[in-house]
Design a protein around this ligand. Structure first.
Ligand code: KG4
Ligand code: ZN
Length: 368
């Protein structure tokens, strides 16, 4: 970490940071101002190229980032109507994620920052998701965060920038993986979450009896692999006619089972958050973030849970829930306001837990 020179004497113009996100299959670049305006947001997705493989192929993703990133940066500058040298800093995802893409984004950000003499911010992708609601809704610290993405399912007490206490995590698959693998069983294609959600609209969520993972455990840790296996086993036993007739019921039942698991664990975490991390004179907030937070069934279940428990629910707009450059730029702002940036020798990290201090969950260990 580098300490930035003291900020210029109060100037009225808000500062501008470019955020670069390349950790998975989206090449996303945004320009965000310190007063929370998204001046540009451009994304090129390579999802279609991965669809036939049933998941993201890291080599293909890295090659696409390399080709797309200069064009996406140019498009973002055009949209914001600014030149690169008008930026006050460059932020890029430096992990966790697919390392090829993370290297492409980090190297590009370092090159731009170094050639312009501007600060560089090596952003933890999970921190991007964790702080999105501060960009979209100006949510004050502290809050309870349910982070549900393709690689992570975590419950975190967000106490401040850089201060995270993990209350729960997944012991095997992430919620997004359960959606993606379920969609692969139903032969819906990738990414699975939106496709399951769409098909579930015409299905009955109670039609298929699926196991509730870790029903008896009173803690905040998740497990989705048993559910995924039971789902595949039940569907694959059907004959072709039954599969056709019951597909929507299966999609709706899987979505409902994932949602119930998230709600149950979040309810435990709410108790811990309120008793251990919430100042006596504050009222509790629950923030949901990550790609799975785009799911409308889950959003409405969380809405009900929050109102039952007296929490305010903050769910950022869907475009800011899935991977995006704006959340990365915003983390840059949070660090710039604290006078902190990164050295150019910061090495990208394929695994980079948001919080190293919490004990690992029972079972097979922590996903980074
Ligand atoms: O946060 P994200 O965009 O990328 C990662 O950092 O992983 O999350 C991607 C995940 C995928 O598993 C995708 O299927 C899931 O988010 N997802 C959804 C929905 N939209 C995206 N899952 C359920 N319902 C959705 N509408
Ligand atoms: Zn993500």
């Amino acid at each position: 970490m580098t300490t930035l020179p003291l900020p210029k004497p109060v100037s009225c113009a808000p500062s501008l940071i470019m955020g670069i996100e390349t950790s998975c299959d989206d090449t996303s670049v945004a320009i965000v101002s310190s007063d929370r305006k998204i001046l540009a947001h451009q994304t090129a997705s390579s999802a279609a190229l991965h669809a036939k493989h049933g998941g993201v192929v890291p080599e293909i993703a890295a090659r696409e980032h390399l080709q797309s990133l200069p064009l996406v940066i140019e498009a973002a500058c055009t949209q914001a109507n600014i030149q690169l040298n008008e930026l006050d800093g460059i932020a890029a995802t430096a992990g966790p994620g697919l390392i090829g893409g993370v290297i492409v984004g980090s190297m590009t950000a370092k090159a731009i920052a170094s050639s312009l003499g501007k600060p560089y911010f090596a952003v933890n992708h999970l921190e991007g998701h964790a702080l999105t609601a501060r960009l979209s809704d100006n949510v004050p610290y502290p809050y309870l965060l349910l982070l549900v993405s393709g690689g992570h399912t975590q419950l975190i007490a967000v106490l401040n920038r850089g201060k995270y206490i993990r209350l729960g995590t997944t012991m095997d698959d992430a919620a997004g993986e359960a959606f993606d693998k379920g969609a692969a069983v139903l032969k819906l294609g990738y990414p699975g979450g939106p496709k399951i959600q769409h098909l579930a609209e015409s299905g009955n969520p109670e039609a298929v009896l699926l196991p509730q993972p870790r029903l008896k455990d009173k803690d905040c840790h998740f497990s989705f692999s048993g559910l995924k296996t039971a789902f595949a086993y039940a569907y694959n036993r059907l004959d072709e006619d039954e599969k056709k007739r019951q597909k929507a019921d299966y999609a709706a039942s899987l979505q409902h089972a994932i949602s119930k698991a998230l709600i149950r664990r979040t309810a435990f975490a709410m108790e811990i958050f309120t008793s251990q991390h919430l100042p006596a004179d504050d009222s509790p907030r629950l923030v949901v973030a990550g790609g799975v937070a785009a799911n409308l069934h889950i959003r409405s279940a969380l809405d009900k849970l929050a109102s039952d428990k007296g929490f305010a629910l903050i769910a950022p707009p869907i475009v800011l829930c899935t991977d995006n450059g704006a959340m990365i730029a915003w983390v840059g702002h949070e660090y710039m306001q604290a006078g902190i940036s990164n050295d150019f020798n910061f090495a990208p990290r394929p695994r980079w837990p948001l919080d190293d201090t919490a004990p690992p969950p029972p079972g097979r260990g922590v996903r980074g």
